[in-house]
Ligand binder design. Structure first.
Ligand SMILES: Cc1cc2nc3c(=O)[nH]c(=O)nc-3n(C[C@H](O)[C@H](O)[C@H](O)COP(=O)(O)O)c2cc1C
Length: 308
């Protein structure tokens, strides 16, 4: 048991050592550097960078974000500068911080996922998050994440091409999340993260047109939390590998719920748009919660929901 107050928030997820269990969710914190003038990046559990592809991607056209009651819709379409720019320009700047950097990777084919994994090996990144769940790209993405066989195929390919810890990011747009979790665990995933966004839509009643240029987009934020929590609980009960929970976490209380449901770490996404300090503040709130309850290590919360 760890009793040092400095260590009470420390977690180790599949070999990735973090000072706090609170990560930033991919696509919501840029490449971290955009926030570095405001937030001490050293205090974030881990930075999961924007979805990265082999070639640079301009993303979707038209309007790409919309606010909805208690949530937001986005259809960014994986805009990113490509893996080479990440390795040569972005990673050297991120390496100056004492924070694990996890790269969220997306491919159009199984082979592309493998190529990305091979390219990112030995570049200083701490792990890979395999995005098989993006609802905003026509090829790849969610197609892999809604079928256990193709999800497993992607994870197997990535595992074969890297020595880095591999986190499989699951889509909520499935019937049986436990089945997906088991499939990627069997394929070798070292950890599982969930949830990515739910598919959603908004319509402008003045123009009778969809609000998003892409018509549909990914729905995230506080409104999705009960769905995410239920899925994290189901997935955590189905697998042995650590689960990283996300979906609507705005406060430390939200994060504690996810950990009680079985998450060993959490990520904040939409919250970063409201409050750039969210990941640091949520971690501080978890520390206060542990102290108030006389607990000395955050792992004491994991999976402790009493459903009896
Ligand atoms: C604007 C935006 C961009 C996102 N881009 C990505 C991405 O590139 N890759 C990915 O795996 N998830 C992406 N996500 C999903 C988030 O990482 C997260 O899984 C989801 O938003 C749920 O968490 P939240 O409710 O805390 O935002 C994106 C979400 C938003 C809002």
């Amino acid at each position: 048991m760890v009793s040092n107050v400095n260590d009470m928030l420390a977690v180790n997820i599949a070999g990735i050592k973090m000072k706090t269990p609170v990560m930033t969710a991919s696509g919501t914190f840029g490449f971290g550097l955009e926030y570095s003038d405001f937030v001490d990046l050293n205090q974030v559990g881990a930075i999961v960078v924007k979805g990265t592809t082999l070639a640079p991607k301009a993303g979707n056209s038209g309007r790409r974000m919309a606010e909805t009651p208690a949530g937001m819709l986005n259809s960014i379409g994986l805009e990113n500068p490509g893996v080479e720019e990440f390795i040569h320009t972005i990673m050297p700047r991120l390496a100056k911080y004492d924070v694990p950097v996890i790269v969220n990777i997306s491919g159009n084919t199984v082979e592309e996922y493998g190529q990305l994994a091979a390219r990112l090996d030995k570049t200083g990144v701490a792990g890979l998050e395999v995005n098989i769940s993006c609802p905003n790209v026509k090829q790849g993405g969610i197609a892999f994440g809604t079928c256990p066989d193709s999800a497993a195929q992607v994870v197997r390919e990535v595992k074969a091409k890297t020595t880095l810890p591999v986190i499989a990011k699951l889509s909520p747009n499935v019937t049986d999340i436990a089945l997906m979790a088991k499939a990627v665990e069997a394929a070798g995933a070292d950890a599982i993260s969930l949830i990515n966004t739910l598919l959603g839509m908004a319509i402008d009643i003045h123009t009778w047109r969809p609000v998003l240029g892409n018509i549909v987009g990914g729905f995230s934020g506080p409104a999705v939390k009960p769905v995410a929590l239920r899925m994290v609980w189901q997935a955590a009960n189905a697998v042995k590998v650590p689960v990283i929970g996300m979906g609507g976490i705005m406060t430390a209380a939200d994060a504690v719920e996810f950990m009680l449901a079985g998450a060993s770490a959490v990520a904040v996404g939409t919250a970063n748009f409201v409050n750039p300090y969210a990941a640091v503040e949520v971690a501080g709130g978890i520390r206060d919660y542990l102290t108030e309850r006389g607990l000395n290590q955050v792992s004491q919360l994991v999976g402790k929901v009493n459903c009896g």
